[in-house]
Design a protein around this ligand. Structure first.
Ligand code: NAD
Length: 354
């Protein structure tokens, strides 16, 4: 399939191929939709095997950002970029500044940010060429590390689930298993203990999980067994593809609410969770705190205001759960539907001239 045909398949607006020989930059920027506003999404730096693989990834990821940003209630569209190559071999000032110039050439239609393989220091280099970069350090007027906001957002989603399932948003006495206690999961576990929940933690890093468990008074379980522990909420905060045909029958929780990206192994897993009677909060709804935090940069970043804005995740989660039940669809489909309806509604405003 040619690039234009691939773009047609999912309704992408624009794909930009970028090449700067002296620095070795080979990049693709994909804008899926600017219907709600500038397309925001990170830049992934990865040694893709082929250009086709890179193109498919950037198209898939940019489409995902349209849904994530729309469901989060942001005035932002969806975009993503990939830099093709090994970051350890290619990372340089010139490469990121060259990438920044290409981003600048899009005149603000695309806002870039950190992603897998790129760092906050890379964003600072891009910032020297263009203002159209988000997630820079607080010293540069940016919002810094999004993890605390992401963790707070996961907590909001958990409160909404509690309200829906048990008629009370209080998490006191609820048992939550947090798998992966890194930047987000560690903070989620801490907030849960403060909220009165009983917490069990897991991580492949034995030192880290030991330190977190001691600091907050949590039980520890082996990472391979985390999803099988009988509990109220299971919170995947490590890798993707944890919810599969193999693991879903082993779940002993009422709901899944975590920060990990791409939690479903495949589309059919959303249906498997629904069939098992497990309330699943789609990952892109539960982990939107990071992007909501970054979006605050566009109005002049203020940490308190950003944390307040992250609270919108509670209402979004409630709407997703209610829509899924009312329309007899999976929560994943409900979240997509909510995003699409919002895009249609806001696009419809275009007929009113100011
Ligand atoms: P992190 O690297 O700080 O933490 C991940 C933790 O998971 C590490 O402690 C690691 O040892 C552990 N881990 C790895 N494999 C594991 C396994 N199989 N079982 C249990 N633990 C395992 O990353 P993070 O920033 O906390 O992000 C966690 C997840 O949330 C990722 O999927 C990330 O894409 C997603 N996410 C993060 C943010 C953010 O603001 N940081 C925003 C949106 C989504």
């Amino acid at each position: 399939m040619g690039t234009l045909e691939e773009m047609d398949a999912d309704g992408h607006e624009q794909v930009v191929w970028c090449r700067h020989r002296p620095s070795g930059l080979r990049a693709v920027i994909a804008l899926h939709s600017t219907a709600l506003g500038p397309a925001l999404g990170g830049v992934r730096f990865k040694p893709y095997g082929t250009e086709d693989e890179a193109l498919r990834d950037v198209l898939r990821l940019s489409r995902g950002m349209t849904y994530k940003n729309a469901a989060a209630g942001l005035d932002l569209g969806g975009g993503k970029a990939v830099i093709i190559g090994d970051p350890r071999a290619l990372r340089s000032e010139a490469l990121f500044r060259a990438y920044g110039r290409f981003v600048h050439g899009l005149s603000g239609r695309y806002l870039t940010a950190e992603d897998v393989g790129t760092t906050i220091d890379d964003m600072a280099l891009i910032r020297r060429e263009t203002p159209y970069v988000t997630g820079t350090a607080t010293q540069l007027g940016g919002s810094g590390d999004p993890s605390p906001a992401t963790a707070v957002g996961v907590l909001h989603a958990m409160h909404a689930v509690a309200e829906r399932l048990w008629g009370d948003d209080d998490l006191t006495g609820r048992h939550v298993v947090v798998s992966g206690v890194g930047k987000v999961g560690g903070a989620v576990a801490g907030h849960l203990v403060e909220a009165g929940a009983k917490v069990t933690v897991a991580d492949i890093d034995a030192d880290r999980v030991g330190a977190v468990a001691t600091a907050i008074g949590a039980d520890v379980v082996a990472p391979t067994d985390a999803h099988t522990v009988p509990c109220d909420l299971f919170s995947p905060c490590a890798l993707g593809a944890v919810l599969t045909a193999a693991t879903i029958p082993e779940l002993r929780c009422a709901a899944v609410v975590g920060s990990a990206n791409n939690q479903l192994g495949e589309e059919a897993d959303a249906e498997r969770l629904a069939q098992a009677g497990i309330a699943y909060v789609p990952d892109f709804v539960a982990n939107a705190g990071g992007v909501i935090n970054i979006a605050e940069e566009l109005r002049g970043y203020d940490a308190d205001r950003a944390l307040h804005a992250v609270g919108a995740i509670r209402a979004t989660t409630a709407a997703v759960l209610a829509t899924a039940e009312a329309e007899g669809i999976t929560t994943e489909a409900a979240a997509n539907r909510i995003a699409e309806r919002r895009i249609d509604a806001v696009t419809g405003l275009g007929r009113i001239r100011a």
